[in-house]
Structures are given as C-alpha cells and as structure tokens.
Design a protein around this ligand. Sequence first.
Ligand SMILES: [Zn+2]
Length: 553
Amino acid sequence: MKFDKDNMKNIIEENILKYVGTRTDTNSKEERNVEKFYEEWFNKVEYFRNNPDKRGLFDIPGDYLDRKVPWCLLKGQGNDTIVFIHHYDTVETKDYGLLEPLSRSPYELMEAFKEGKMELSDEAKEDLFSDKWLFGRGVSDMKGGGSIQLSLIEEYSKDPNFKGNIVLIAVPDEENLSAGMRGACVLLKSLKEKYGLEFKLMLNSEPHEREKDLRPTIYDGSIGKIMPVFYVRGKLAHVGQVYSGLNPINLLSEIIRRTELNPNFIEKVGTTTNPAPTWLYHKDRKMVYDVSLPIATCGYMSILPLARSPRSIMEELKEISIESFKKVIDDMNRHYKAYTEIAGIEFEPLPWEPKVKFYSELYNEAVADSGEEFKKAFKDLMDEIKERFNRNEVTIIESANMIIEKTLEYIKDKSPMVIIALTPPYYPSTNNLMLGERAKEIEAVIEDIKSYAKNNFNEDYKVENYFTGISDLSYAMLVSSKDDIDYIEENMLMWGDIYYIPLEIIKEISMPVLNVGPWGKDLHKYTERVNKDDLFYRTPQLLDLVITKLLDK
Ligand SMILES: [Zn+2]
C-alpha cells in the first residue's frame, strides 16, 4: 500500500465535507458550483499547482448550461493508464424538508437527526447512533466515491517515481442525461493522443447496496437502457360513426399489453438477469375535448438490455406491433359484424391494413414524397425545438411527438400507422466479456480484490456482471458494428441536435470497466448515508490494490 491509513482517512474526510458542501443539483446551473471546488483542490495539491497543463475544466461541447468536466492527469512513468470517473451531480434536497439547509453538512445534519427533528426508520436510527455511518445528500451517491478518488490521487502525486498514469474525470448530469460523460469521451480521446496514454481500465466508485446477507458487490459492467417511443396514428371519426374510424388508443393499448413485462426481453448474462420492459408514459394527442376519436396517441417504454443490440430489440418490437395491429383489425371486424347483424345491414370488411414503420423509414418516405420542402421544414422545426428544449419549455416526449408529426405531414400516405423510434437517453450495455482477451487482466484483479477483502476485512465480495442502476460506465466501451451504430443514429429522435453520443470515439477508446465503491444506503432519500469504514478505510485500500496490480507490476 502506498499510503498511511490514518492520514488517508483525514484527507478523505476533508475532501468529502467540502465536496458534499458544494451544491450541485443535477440538471441545473448549480452544477457549475463545482468549478470553484476544483480550482481550490487543484491549488491545494502541489503536483497540480506545479503542472497547470495537467488539470482543467473541460467545456462540454454544446451544453445548454455551459457545464464543465473537471479533469486532471497524474503523469507518471510509462503509458499504462487508469481512468477514474465519478459524477458530481446530486439529486435535489427538497425531501429534507425543514432540515434542507443542513442536507449538505453531514455532521450538523446528524446532530439534528439525533435531536429527533425528523422521522427516521428503525434501521436509519440504529445506523445514526452506531456512529458507523455518515449522512447527507451525495455522501453516498456519489461524492463519497469521488472523494476517495481525489484523495488517492493526492497521495500518489507526492511520489516522483509513480508508475503509470491516472486520469480523473468528474462529470455532471449523471442523474439526468449524462451530458458530462458523453462530452468527456472527446476529452479522453484528446488526452490519449496528446500523452500516448494506454487506457487499461475505467474505474468508477458508485456505491453498492447490500442485501440481507450483507455481502458487498463489485461490478465489471453496466446495464444498458433504451427508450423506444411509439406513435400511433389512427383514423378520425365522429363518435356516432365509430366504424369508419380507427381508435389509436385501442391499438397502442394492445401493443402495451403485449410488451409490458414481456419475458422475451429478459436476458441472463453471467451473474446478472435484467428486468423485463415496462411502460413509463402513455397519452393521447387530443388537446381539447370534442366528440371525435383522438387522431393519435403515443407512449414510451424503458428496456434495460444486457447483451442484446438495440436493433434486435426494436425489430422484435416491430413484429409485436404488426401482430397487435392485425389483432385489433380482426377484433374490429368481429365487432362490426355483430353490429351489422343487430342493425340488419350488410357487412363489408373494414379497409385497414397493418402498417408499422421505424422512424428512419418514415423519414426516408418524407424525403421521397416531399424532398427539399420537407428537409427545410424539418430543419426549422429542429431549430425551434433546440431553443425551446434548452429553455426547459418542452420535454423530450413532446419534442419527439412534434418531430414525428412534422414528418407525417410530408408523406402522402394518410392511413393509420404505428411509428417506432428511439428517444434519449441511450445507455449502451457494457461488460468486460465483450472485450475478450483485453479484459483477462481485470478478471485476475477481481480475484485479487476478493481475496484481499477476505483476508483483511473478512468480507466476502461478490461480482455482478452488470451494475443495474444505470451508470456512466456505459460510455466506456462499445463493440457495436457500423450497422448497429447507423441504426441508432437514424432512429434516435433529436440525434445531433439536442442529443449526441460520440459512439465512434467510444468504440475507438474502448476499455474494460470496474465499479468499486463504498457501501451506501437509501440513495436519493433524506436518509442517504455511507458506511464510514468503507469510505475511510476499506474502499481506498481496494482501489489502491487495483492500481498497484495494474500500474505497478
Ligand atoms: Zn450515482
């Protein structure tokens, strides 16, 4: 070990209190408070005082809040490099109620809790009085892990013969759209080129939670996330003539019933099983009350894939939508037939055809039907959306609807149809297995961590192959084919205008990942807390072990 344990505890404590004390509510201008924190920290560390070119605040390209990614490089001997990442944004603090002003002052907050100023669960109360836990917004998620990273760099920077290199990247917006990490990929590529860095590992320190067995967990991958959006255009009809219309609510409901919790989308890879898909939103496009069927309806769902590509998932969703469409037409015909029998009129099958398109197909149809006229209208709309989105006047789903509706205007076909697209955010799934040979070394390090923890802390670490809480490690590697990347770019609404992931760059700098972080509880709640033994002693030792094994061979 390259540091004195008690000294390390003091450094971490100093860093975490200052870091937590800096207000950085996610997706807000408060995130920029971090700039002052980092300026002070850079100036505190002699190495960065003397090497101002090896630290900085990187401007996130095109960010509407002008947020930065604080970074630094501890340049030692050789090219082998470990990238430390953590996010500095934290979720809001309203849930602390009257104690909100103390939410970023852990010791004062704990005093107030001890005085009974807030109702706590039995477990939280026990932890509070045990003196083994530190409470406060962000102590666990994740300025605790962030402070461990800073403190290790502080210690290592005192060694003039440090072997290897450490890059630190602190990103905003992780709890929102990960603008920080998506931008940081560009920074990593330029550091790699400038200093000839060889990226061995991206090391994150998100907290882990424990189940009843109290076993700690490390992760060597991160679950993916895609958000397919469905726009269903029906056929308008007065409620008195229902059989001449097609109710889009009926059709989307069928699609929802066939996909919600559908086990076809469950995968088991290594030690991880992903949860089934679920719908997060469903709403018609009727703006005022009238006696017509709604013209359209839309909804989006969330799918958390492990190894499956977005394209393969979307193709299955398209199949399900076609089947749903057929079923709805069959049901409508059956119901209509019953009506004709009761009414004593002649039955003629309804004219509907199942029609389901990916957004890229719809877009190409609009270009074919309307050419330049459509392209101009599309560009104008995107300019408008970009402006309004950046002023927080329009949501992602509203923007998605506007784009699909604009595109539909420019195609000749006016029949009912289902459009399936992707909306931001998109998190690729990552696991070291995807990198084959390159990740072998990390597998060995994981075994070292397990035996070190067993021998020194009597703790039995387990390995999960995917961090299922969604993390920025999603942007550390990509093995998708060109076709799959193209598919995402063509079907992701707002791609390039409001939302962009440098997928080609990620593919180029791909590196193995690992998440080793302290034990945390009640993340995002007012009883958020981090285990002090992990924070001050155990986790720093495990991170030091990883660094020693990979850099100091
Ligand atoms: Zn987090």
